[in-house]
Design a protein. Structure first.
Length: 94
């Protein structure tokens, strides 16, 4: 399930304050967002923080899409010069 589909299913939208991150920047560190209670999403109708079940559904969709992106980046072939190979992994082609 994609993140947009999960948000539509639970009736949520990204928080305007933290833009879906769940935290805001302080002077020296990140602070939990006060508007969404550090979840990152609010209800579409009234702007209140989503409940824990909706937050877990959105979080699972976010983790699944991040995992798919990681797998896609790992399956990409090594291209370019040997100087660029070391930036991706330790394969030198010997």
């Amino acid at each position: 399930m994609t993140i947009k589909l999960a948000m539509r299913r639970v009736g949520a939208k990204p928080c305007d304050t933290c833009r879906g991150q769940g935290s805001t920047l302080g002077v020296f560190h990140r602070l939990p967002c006060p508007d969404c209670l550090a979840v990152g999403y609010v209800q579409s109708e009234n702007g209140q923080p989503v409940d824990t079940i909706a937050a877990s559904i959105i979080g699972e969709a976010r983790e699944a899409s991040a995992h798919a992106a990681r797998l896609a980046s790992l399956s990409a072939p090594n291209t370019g010069t040997p100087d660029n190979w070391i930036l991706r992994n330790n394969f030198r082609g010997d």
